[in-house]
Ligand binder design. Structure first.
Ligand code: GLN
Length: 285
């Protein structure tokens, strides 16, 4: 189809790698059809309003906006998450974190806390794949919580997730939630503040700063988690977090210094990069 080719060429000229695929995705989004259906009547003349809509979306993509925000969804753990600019686009690496927890918790009625839930990618997929689980999902952003809750409703798990607006642990009443959770999970912001300017423009200019910025050394949220998680976890409970590629030893130090956790375990992603940090609350005599 000429229009797909036109989109492809413009995207290629901007250096977009999967130009053909993205052009097809944009057109199928407008036509509300499957990408493969685009070719079932390839010579069909598209009316001008369709062409205009396509060009408008293409323009956004050419200006650097991530395709996931334009399409307003991304697949994560085999589920479709609706997105808007108030939330980080879920990343494939985060599936390693979710899969590890599913393996650990399978068949048990676990209680989980997801810190900084964003789109709800972690909390909703855990609730979905662990049907006996109950979750509390917190975020500092009400817009993000609204988005996450919609995703929970869409996947039929909202009755098992309590969404709470909270700056980290601030709104979690210690008396209700002390030693309450089996697992605390988080994919916190972990980019150093001064590195944000150097990120890819697609990330830097479109994804929410609050979802990226981990403070001066990128470790701010790990410190807060280390300090507080042991209050809210059951003895032996697990803290499981995603992290940046060079943060493993700093995070291990931070958790070690509290004296409240096991020495920790690091999981690598498929590229062999340190990606997930795991600690257990130690059972103090
Ligand atoms: N928990 C969400 C995710 O993993 C958002 C994380 C974030 O915004 N830092 O996609």
């Amino acid at each position: 189809m000429d229009l797909i080719l036109k989109g492809q060429r413009l995207l290629q000229a901007k250096g977009v790698e999967a130009a053909r695929l993205e052009s097809e995705l944009l057109l199928s989004h407008i036509l509300s059809c499957d990408r493969h259906q685009l070719y079932s009547s390839p010579q069909k003349k598209l009316d001008s309003s369709i062409v205009d809509k396509f060009m408008a979306l293409l323009k956004r993509r050419l200006a650097g906006e991530p395709i996931q925000y334009i399409l307003a969804y991304r697949e994560f753990m085999g589920l479709r998450f609706d997105l808007d600019k108030s939330v980080l686009i879920p990343r494939w690496e985060t599936e390693i974190l979710v899969k590890h927890i599913i393996d650990q918790a399978q068949g048990r009625p676990v209680k989980l806390l997801d810190i900084g839930t964003g789109s709800g990618a972690i909390a909703v997929s855990l609730a979905y794949y662990l049907p006996q689980s109950r979750l509390v999902a917190i975020d500092i952003s009400q817009e993000a919580l609204d988005r996450a809750e919609k995703n929970a409703i869409k996947h039929g798990v909202s009755h098992r997730i309590d969404f709470k607006r909270s700056d980290m642990f601030a709104a979690l009443e210690a008396d209700s939630y002390q030693a309450y959770f089996d697992i605390i999970v988080s994919n916190p912001p972990y980019i150093k503040s001064q590195d944000i300017e150097g990120l890819m423009p697609e990330v830097r200019d479109f994804e929410p700063r609050t979802a990226l910025d981990g403070g001066a050394d990128g470790l701010k949220f790990y410190r807060q988690i280390a300090e507080n998680a042991s209050i809210y976890l059951k003895a032996g409970g697990l803290v499981a977090m995603e992290m940046g590629h060079d943060q493993a030893s700093d995070i291990k130090d931070i958790f070690k210094r509290t004296g409240n956790y096991s020495s920790g375990q690091i999981l690598k992603d498929l590229a062999g990069i340190d990606r997930i940090a795991l600690f257990h609350k130690v059972n103090k005599g």
